[in-house]
Design a protein around this ligand. Structure first.
Ligand code: B12
Ligand code: SF4
Ligand code: SF4
Length: 355
């Protein structure tokens, strides 16, 4: 057999072909072991940058070595899945406009696992991870050759930019590994650092989550700090700004190809004001029906209402004050306080006419 043929039929190349045919856009293989950037992770937590995401410090020990989360596994098949950086920007971050990527990618990784067992003709211990365990996923992906750590902390691939999710199938199977992505292609650029509306970057590569709109609108459970509410602008859920300005995305971001991530009708073509009014007006039943299978459930109805109130404070006018007042009656205390803030802000922009 020629070397070229042997290469094309190796188990590694068959795995990659299968992963691409399952809809993944990037695939690489790496060995599990001690993680190089766990000191950076621990320093980040010690600085208070994790805010109230308590699950992060709790699992620091396991993040030091990628063999710990799933004992027995030796290698990871690491995948990237494009979520459509060419979609227009809007009040809902691109990653959250369709179905939940955890479900979509986990199902595909399980399929890859079943295929692998059939291919090698025996059972293989394995487990999929898609932001579902104590793994430094960006490092795992960098080691598998998928990209470099951008100054905005996102992993960037030179062919598709950074609008992709990361997932991994951890397996107990000896495989040839891909070379890690060693170069840093940010150079002297600092567009992402300068564009962040809340100044959330402490320095290049270090994001203070407690100032990040993504954290404040998704992960944070309590009140949004008053000093940052105006900076949210029209962003109801998540934030893509530090990726949108990145030259690698401007040049190489891809069209959305995965049907499951396409924008749900309730957001399609709707303004921040319309989406926010809908969110505030929802009852439990409409909320459950609208967000079934959506990653936005992470913020719960309470978090979404809180975010909607802040956005209305930023974009609404006097004509919306009555609708806001009406939502105030049934609102929980957290949302109520944010509605009060919004009403005050609206009236300060449009002071009542003197009689
Ligand atoms: C916690 C978390 C968040 C937090 C904190 C983000 C952060 N930058 O720390 C918040 C809620 C803010 C967040 C936001 C977003 N997230 Co998030 N998040 C995570 C999660 C669960 C853990 C990340 C983490 O450990 N952070 C702590 C820091 C220290 O680690 P890190 O960000 O991974 O950074 C690494 C490198 O930058 C490097 N590093 C750090 N400092 C230094 C210094 C030097 C000198 C060097 C060389 C390296 C280096 O080491 C770090 C550890 O490996 C991961 C899933 C996972 N299990 O990894 C998803 C994940 C990182 N998130 C993801 C996404 C898509 C997002 C958002 C785009 C969503 C959105 N639109 O709102 C934003 C992006 C914001 C941003 N600029 O990062 C994707 C990223 C995919 C990619 N291509 O990079 C992940 C991997 C989920 C997934 N499975 O796809 N996220
Ligand atoms: S996601 Fe938005 S708020 Fe967070 S660091 Fe990037 S630009 Fe700043
Ligand atoms: S905007 Fe510039 S500095 Fe920031 S991640 Fe992209 S290339 Fe790197």
């Amino acid at each position: 057999m020629s070397t070229a043929l042997a290469e094309s039929t190796s188990i590694e190349s068959l795995i990659k072909a299968q992963a691409y045919s399952l809809g993944f856009d990037l695939v690489g293989i790496t060995a599990l072991g001690p993680m190089q950037t766990s000191p950076e992770f621990e320093a980040w937590v010690a600085r208070g940058c994790a805010g109230d995401m308590d699950y992060l410090p709790r699992s620091a020990e396991k993040r030091r070595d990628s063999r710990l989360p799933f004992p027995g596994a030796t290698h990871a098949i690491v995948v990237g899945m494009n979520y459509g950086g060419r979609e227009p920007s809007g009040p809902i971050a691109r990653y959250a406009r369709g179905d939940d990527y955890h479900d979509v990618m986990t199902a595909r990784l399980k399929e890859l696992h079943r295929w692998l067992e059939a291919e090698v003709g025996r059972s293989i211990s394995g487990k999929p991870y898609v932001d579902t365990g104590p793994i430094l996923e960006r490092e795992l992906a960098r080691r598998a050759g998928l990209g470099w750590f951008g100054k905005n902390t996102n992993l960037i691939n030179p062919r598709i930019g950074s609008f992709f999710f990361i997932g991994a199938l951890l397996v107990d199977l000896e495989l040839d590994v891909d070379p890690p992505f060693e170069s840093d292609r940010c150079g002297t650029c600092r567009r992402c650092l300068d564009a962040c509306p809340t100044n959330a970057f402490v320095e290049p590569l270090v994001l203070d989550a407690t100032r990040c709109i993504s954290y404040l609108t998704i992960e944070h459970k309590g009140a949004i700090p008053a000093a940052l509410r105006a900076n949210l602008g029209e962003l109801v859920y998540g934030c893509d700004i530090c990726q949108e300005v990145c030259p690698w995305n401007i040049s190489f971001a891809r069209e959305l190809s995965e049907e499951a991530f396409s924008t749900r009708r309730m957001f399609d073509g709707r303004s921040a004001r319309e989406i926010s009014l809908d969110l505030l007006g929802m009852d439990d039943e409409t909320y459950s029906a609208s967000f079934s299978g959506s990653p936005m459930k992470r913020a719960k109805r309470r978090g979404l209402s809180r975010n909607a109130a802040v956005v209305l404070g930023n974009v609404a006018d006097e004509s919306d004050a009555a609708a806001l007042e009406a939502c105030r009656t049934d609102a929980d205390p957290l949302t109520g306080e944010h509605i009060d803030w919004a009403l005050e802000r609206i009236s300060s922009r449009h002071p009542p006419l003197r009689q």
